[in-house]
Design a binder for this molecule. Structure first.
Ligand code: HEM
Length: 486
């Protein structure tokens, strides 16, 4: 639901009661007992937190019960916390239900900052790098071509492309994790993805996040919670099956370059001491879940936004198409062509700016007493990096709400260095390299081969406000595709 993000924040902050915060830190009036709960449960939370930033500044506090959270809404404040003082703010809040969905806090995204977490992140990062270096480009190219085949079948019918984008993004990540053959078993892939989606949306629902704040309620019957536990069990069974399968086929040529094969080399050996350089089965299992969840809905949502914005400004589509035609002279692009395709790169940057698909990142936790912008921030304060707010800061971006890719072209005045769609520092998105190559190649392939048109001549263009949960998605919309002449 659209309130999922708010309720998830409420529950994650409830248990932390920082001793004191600088009294001068500004923020909206907080009601007795409720605090700023009404602000936190607003529809489209990123938009609401951004409008509060225009009133209270780029760093302000919100209260909930005795808990204080600090919202950062500018590039400067976010970079100070996440990059410059990265160890001070690398923590994650703990929660009862977070532990349940992450195998006891063993996922990268929800795991707190610790020696074990650092090891896990480092090993997964190098496995990713190794695998990406060998096969990422080819894997994405193959998926871009099969997406093309699917789009060709639509002829002149108006279609919602979100499902096809999800399949394309999901195939890329599952191929990297499990190897080529996995994507052939599409029914199972479908089932895994519906299960992961269900977990993310149930976990975000108020019925479940309320259990973090009110332990007594855990004893009462709660159908959505039972459903969540069932889905987690189903997820674990599917993934367990594939990891076991993979372990058996480790000698197989098809699987030797996968992320899983790399990680299996670092697995604890039975009977050996659980030493520093190794991963447990749970680490391996939950890292796989992290990559599957992190790598699918984000990329798919971004592709939908791109189509939605292009329907609003068809001339941008023409400009990118003409650039692709004249620079590539008929061939398909390589990622290394991006520097010769400024219009396409500007389009990608502008969509990342306007709709950073993880708009509030993931809440951080101060691991010690520290400060941001001169304000004292006590240990355990929850920090919300409002990436959406930073990307709409009028001091940095003139006409912040306008879709103007040309601002990133020479002389346009904007710099990609001011963008923060992947966060930064210790918690920088682990899939940044994968995501950037996907956004580039998928968009280039599609705009080379198709023209995106409104479903009917006088149909209104898609709604651009979107629905904000953990991922910021466009409302469902339809589009017609016209193949470009060869
Ligand atoms: C975390 C953005 C695609 C895996 C994050 C965060 C952001 C983000 C903002 C939170 C950073 C923080 O907590 O400060 C995006 C965007 C994407 C994208 C905009 C695509 C357009 C991907 C892909 C993968 C991935 C393709 C995996 C292959 C992860 C993981 C984390 C993460 C594992 C948790 C990192 C941690 O807690 O240390 N992402 N992401 N993401 N992302 Fe992505």
């Amino acid at each position: 639901s659209s309130n999922a993000l708010g309720s998830r924040f409420l529950s994650s902050v409830y248990q932390f009661r920082p001793h004191s915060l600088s009294p001068s830190l500004p923020g909206p009036t907080s009601l007795p007992l409720l605090g700023n709960m009404l602000d936190l449960t607003r529809d489209h939370l990123p938009d609401h937190l951004t409008s509060l930033a225009r009133r209270y500044g780029n760093i302000y506090r919100l209260r909930y019960g005795k808990t204080t959270m600090v919202v950062l809404s500018s590039g400067d404040t976010i970079r100070e916390a996440l990059v410059k003082k990265w160890t001070d703010f690398a923590g994650r809040p703990h929660s009862y239900t977070g532990d349940l969905v992450s195998g006891g806090g063993y996922s990268i995204s929800l795991g707190d900052y610790s020696q074990g977490w650092k090891m896990q992140r480092r090993l997964v990062h190098s496995a990713l790098q190794r695998c990406c270096l060998k096969s990422l480009h080819a894997v994405i190219e193959r998926q871009a071509l099969s997406l093309r085949q699917v789009l060709l079948t639509y002829k002149d019918t108006a279609v919602d492309l979100s499902e096809d984008f999800t399949v394309a993004a999901s195939n890329v990540i599952t191929t990297l994790i499990f190897g080529k053959e996995f994507t052939k078993i599409s029914a199972e892939l479908q089932s895994l993805h519906s299960c992961l989606n269900e977990i993310v949306s149930l976990w975000g629902s108020p019925w479940i996040s309320v259990l973090d704040s009110f332990p007594l309620l855990r004893k009462l019957p709660n159908p959505p919670f039972s459903r969540l536990l069932k889905e987690v069990e189903r997820r674990d069974k599917i993934i367990r099956g594939h990891l076991d399968d993979h372990e058996m086929k480790i000698q197989d040529k098809e699987t030797e370059d996968t992320i899983t094969a790399s990680l299996l080399q670092h697995l604890d050996k039975p009977g050996e001491r659980n030493d520093k350089g190794t991963l447990t089965e749970t680490h391996l299992h939950m890292s796989t879940v992290d990559l599957l969840i992190g790598g699918t809905e984000t990329t798919a949502a971004w592709l939908c936004w791109t189509v939605a914005f292009l329907l609003h400004r068809p001339e941008v589509q023409w400009r990118v198409y003409n650039e692709l035609r004249s620079v590539l002279e008929g061939r398909y692009p390589q990622y290394s062509d991006r520097h010769r395709l400024p219009c396409l790169s500007a389009l990608i940057s502008e969509v990342l700016r306007l709709r950073p698909v993880a708009p509030l990142a993931v809440p951080h936790r101060a691991t010690k007493d520290s400060s941001i912008a001169g304000y004292f921030i006590p240990k355990d304060t929850i920090i919300i990096p409002n990436l959406y707010g930073a990307h709409h800061d009028p001091a940095v971006w003139p006409e912040p709400k306008a879709f103007k890719p040309e601002r990133f072209l020479e002389g346009g005045g904007a710099s990609t260095r001011a963008l923060l769609p992947f966060g930064g520092g210790a918690r920088l998105c682990l899939g940044e390299t994968i995501a950037k190559m996907e956004l580039f190649l998928f968009t280039a392939y599609m705009l080379r081969d198709f023209q995106f048109l409104p479903p009917a001549n006088n149909a209104p263009p898609p709604d651009l406000r979107g629905v904000a949960s953990v991922v910021l998605k466009a409302k469902p919309f339809r589009v017609t595709l016209r193949p470009r002449p060869l």
